[in-house]
Ligand binder design. Structure first.
Ligand SMILES: [Zn+2]
Length: 467
């Protein structure tokens, strides 16, 4: 009896036990932590006739602070807020600069070792016990699209800070060094993470960003140095893993009532400019059977694209979102139509297969309508980025351990994790976006969902750290 008691007393002290369950003479008795001391003392006095057959213990679980996350989201939302209610926190503008300063001040309070790299990425390090291990990185972005929402990027950024606060409060020092990364100008083309992956070019730096400044000017404004941007490149293998918590920005999780999305990858995007050449002629004097109407052919193509994309199972999407008819008059049969075709999927091969199907249909439409249809692949295309299978499993297992429902899904939107996947295994956690609305002031995620996502992030980091 004495031995059992000693053992339990040790565990009570060392493992921050929250609950102990005893089976005493086949009767189950639970003790919560506040009653544990009394219970342990009482055990010493127990009569010898009791058979002490089985015990189980529940270790104290550490959790993020939901209210603190919500408060910080609301605080962050003030930067760039306009009197009309909208928000303007486009990268490099006043709102962005102020939000960054606010975030940096919070980072300093948590004791993070702070640097801003040459691309303007904010990096905070928390030293681990084992200096030979590569760091575990996590973060997101705090810039937004014009009139954007307060959750895109912000949830992952606030949660990253929350990780550090929670670990500090629980006196936990991880084996690996932890790195909080807030990427610069995500919405302007994942510029900060591109710089880390070594993909920012001299020409790219000359491009004018949404703020009106060139990328180079903007980076200078936020404390970076475009002339030395090559030194912000991280080597492959420098980081053991990069994790990003993000809002879904779509309506699947909410609709299916699922708490956590385990992201399998970020879709590739391919764009084609499609030109349909017919013959512009008098709309009054040309009989219907003598026309080469480019817009009519284009209309058939729009439907064909939808049919091809839907003809195979999967999550692929295809859109014609752009159209212009020339010359564009009431009384002229359109002679030329230019369309913008986009296909997105996790598999580059599938995108090619779907495109081949569209080309085939286009050729039939061209023949029957007397037009010529040509496709020009655009340079703006993005390759799919798959997340790491091991990290997917860790995220799913963490969510399961916390009692959350999960769904494996793809990200239809681009993220910094995409660029980071070129230099480290990446994992992404999604939480529901109410109404599936994003890039809008109406964007919203519930505090409980943000906390759920942050807890999954925390458990995934701790799991990863133990390996
Ligand atoms: Zn984002």
């Amino acid at each position: 009896m004495e031995k059992v008691w000693r053992h339990l007393a040790d565990r009570w002290r060392n493992e921050r036990l929250e609950k102990i369950t005893f089976l005493i003479n086949d009767m189950q008795i639970n003790f919560k932590r506040d009653k544990m001391k009394t219970m342990l003392t009482g055990l010493l006095l127990l009569a010898s006739g009791i058979t002490f057959s089985q015990t189980s213990v529940t270790a104290k679980t550490i959790k993020v602070n939901e209210r603190r996350i919500e408060n910080r989201i609301l605080e962050l939302a003030k930067f760039g807020k306009e009197s009309g209610g909208g928000s303007y926190r486009v990268a490099f503008t006043k709102g962005d600069i102020e939000a960054r300063a606010w975030y940096i001040s919070l980072m300093k309070k948590t004791g993070l070792e702070l640097t801003v790299d040459y691309a303007g990425n904010i990096i905070g390090k928390r030293k681990g016990k084992n200096p030979s291990l590569k760091p575990i990185a996590f973060g997101s972005h705090i810039d937004m699209v014009p009139d954007g929402g307060n959750y895109d990027g912000c949830v992952g950024s606030v949660a990253a800070l929350e990780m550090i606060d929670v670990l500090n409060e629980n006196n936990i020092v991880t084996e690996h060094t932890l790195e909080v990364i807030i990427f610069s100008n995500e919405e302007g083309g994942t510029i900060g993470s591109m710089a880390m992956a070594g993909h920012v070019t001299k020409d790219g730096l000359k491009q004018v960003s949404q703020s009106g400044l060139t990328m180079a000017e903007g980076i200078k404004r936020i404390g970076g140095n475009p002339d030395s941007i090559q030194y912000s490149v991280r080597k492959k293998g420098d980081i053991i893993a990069f994790l990003e918590l993000h809002i879904e920005q779509g309506g699947i999780l909410e609709k299916e009532n699922i708490q956590i999305g385990v992201v399998e990858g970020i879709v590739g995007i391919v764009h084609w400019e499609v030109t349909v050449d017919g013959f512009a002629n008098h709309a009054g004097t040309t009989p219907m059977n003598m026309r080469k109407d480019a817009l009519l052919a284009a209309s058939k193509l729009v439907i064909a694209v939808n049919e091809v994309i839907r003809s195979v199972p999967g999550k692929q999407v295809g859109t014609i979102g752009k159209i212009s008819a020339m010359p564009g008059a009431y009384n002229v049969i359109p002679g030329r139509v230019v369309l913008g075709l986009e296909i997105r999927d996790l598999s580059a091969e599938k995108i090619e297969q779907l495109f081949a199907g569209i080309e085939k249909k286009a050729s039939t439409i061209a023949t029957s309508s007397g037009t010529k249809i040509t496709f020009q692949r655009q340079a703006s295309s993005i390759k799919p980025a798959l997340t790491d299978k091991g990290l997917q499993q860790k995220i799913a297992a963490s969510a399961k351990a916390l009692g959350f429902t999960t769904k494996f899904m793809q990200s239809g939107a681009g993220h910094d994790a995409q660029e980071m996947s070129l230099l480290a295994p990446v994992g992404m956690i999604f939480i529901p976006s109410i109404g599936g609305i994003s890039h809008s002031p109406k964007e919203f995620s519930r505090a409980v969902d943000m906390a759920n996502g942050a807890n999954v992030l925390l458990y995934t980091i701790l799991k990863l750290d133990k390996e």
